[in-house]
Each structure stands twice: as C-alpha cells, then as structure tokens.
Design a protein around this ligand. Sequence first.
Ligand code: RIB
Ligand code: CA
Length: 316
Amino acid sequence: MSPQKIIIDTDPGIDDSMAIFFALSSPELEVIGLTTVFGNVHVDLAAINALRLLEIAGRTDIPVAKGAANSLVGDYGDPPAFIHGDDGQGNVHLPPPTGKPVDQSSAQFIIEQVMAAPGEITLVPIGPLTNIALALRLEPRIAQNVKQIVLMGGNALVPGNSTPAAEANIKDDPEAADVVFGAGWPVTMVGLDVTTKASISDEQLQLYAQSSSPMAQHIARITPFYMEFSKRVNGVGGLLVHDSTAVAYLLLPDAFTTQSWPVRVETQGMSRGKTWPRVRPNHRATYWNDRPNVNVCVDIDSARTIALELSRVAPT
Ligand code: RIB
Ligand code: CA
C-alpha cells in the first residue's frame, strides 16, 4: 500500500517537533511539506524551526512554507515561551538553518498540493487553524479535493488547557476553527479528550537519549524544558505528546474511540475558543443546524500509541 501523503501545518514547538519526527520515521506516511503558522512561536521562527528539524532529520528535500503571522481577526498575543522556550526548542538555541522557505504562503502551498492530487492529500494541522481557513477562503474546492484532515485541537468533554474553556490551538484562532469544522470535509478532531491521556514518562524519554538517531537525540535535548512544565502544570507524571497523537491517529486509528458530532466554536466572551459538540441530536439549538459531523476522538489506548511512537523515533 503506498504511503499516505501528508502536509503538517505546524507551530514548532516541542511537541510539534516530536510529531514531525514521528511522521518522518513512519513508512506509512509521506510528508510532502511542512506549512508553518504562528502559535508556540512567531511564524518566522516557526519556519526557521521547521527548516532546522528537517536538517536534523536529513530531509531537506521536504519544502517548508511560511504562513499566517496572526489570527483571522488579528489578536495573537505573546508566544508561550514558558512552555516551549524562547526559541520554541526548549532554549537549546540551535544554529540557523541553511535552507529557506519556499516562495509560497502556507495557504498557497496547501491549495497547490491538494488541487494537483485530488483525494490524495491529508492535512495534519497541529497549530492554530488559520492557514487552513485561509486556504479554504482562497480556494473553496479544496474541501472536495482533500483526502481528510486530522487535526490536533479542541476539547469536547474536558476542560481547556489555555483557558478553563479552550484548548490552545483553537483559542489562538476560534474564527478559523469554526470555518474548518463547518466546511463539510472529512475532519477528525484529536483534542484534549485524548491527548491529555498520552504522556511519555521520564524513563521512556531516556530511550531517546539512548538512541543514536539524530532525531531521537534532538528530542532528548529539547524535552526537559517541556517535561518540567508538563509535570508542574498538568500534574501528570510525564510529558503530554499532544501533536504526536494526531500522527498516531493516522497510524493506529483503531487505538481511538470516536463519536460523530457537529462541532461549533465559541468566538465570544469568556469561553472564546471552546469547541462545542452537539452530543445529543435532540438538543434544541439552531447553532448546530446544517453543520456537518466531525469525527471527534473521545478515548485512546495511549499505551499502544506511545509504544509505536517510541519504537519509530527511538528504536532500541
Ligand atoms: O494544546 C496543545 C497544542 O498547543 C499543541 O499543538 C501544542 O504544540 C500547542 O500548539
Ligand atoms: Ca503545535
């Protein structure tokens, strides 16, 4: 079976880096491009980090595009340096990359790739959804030509992580997210309902340090910063691999339990960024009328997904 072609839309980001290396280490997937977006870092640094990661992986053949610097309504604040470091890579301060992004925006790159290969390209957004919404606005036909979208973002039945209401990627651009969930293309939401159950322990992280792989070695270098945050704030004994879980869905869909619900995104007030699934068909609320269903992940066998990630990126 030929590998599934994917474009990862990313704001690297420590867990983004782990997800990108996981995808690059999986023969079932062919990464045809990294498109970058603001979020964990400003978009210029996101593009630099994407180039750096591909150089570490020995995959400078893969193009990087630079995308949105701000949300659709333009309210991006400061990057969460307390989570990912000032450099988005745990403050290891890598040398500058030798390569440069392509001369296309992320939205233009996505449109070109999807329209050139109808039904073949899977989009894997693991940052704010601005580029995806912009691509849809520029070329609405991508909704009929994309294979599927598997995104890390949202929180259906659990609290948020960026605010009590909202998950970070959705909170960073709720308007874009509401467009993406309503466009009628096949979307799988890999949200906090499952990613907060996918954590890598200190002992498991040692496998990266023990591996000779340059990708594993890089992850061993950048994760201590994020591990400290994850333990301190999330109160879990390990590091939450939010973004890798979207990649894991592509590789092990049967490790996930899903529900098919229409999803709206709150764009106003205190709960701005909350993803609201209509979990009961008889709910009387017009906001969900005529909305397409989304494949919402509600449970996960994280022992299986973490074991696969470790076996691929930090083989013993
Ligand atoms: O809420 C987790 C998400 O926000 C992940 O994509 C992480 O990289 C940050 O972007
Ligand atoms: Ca991310």
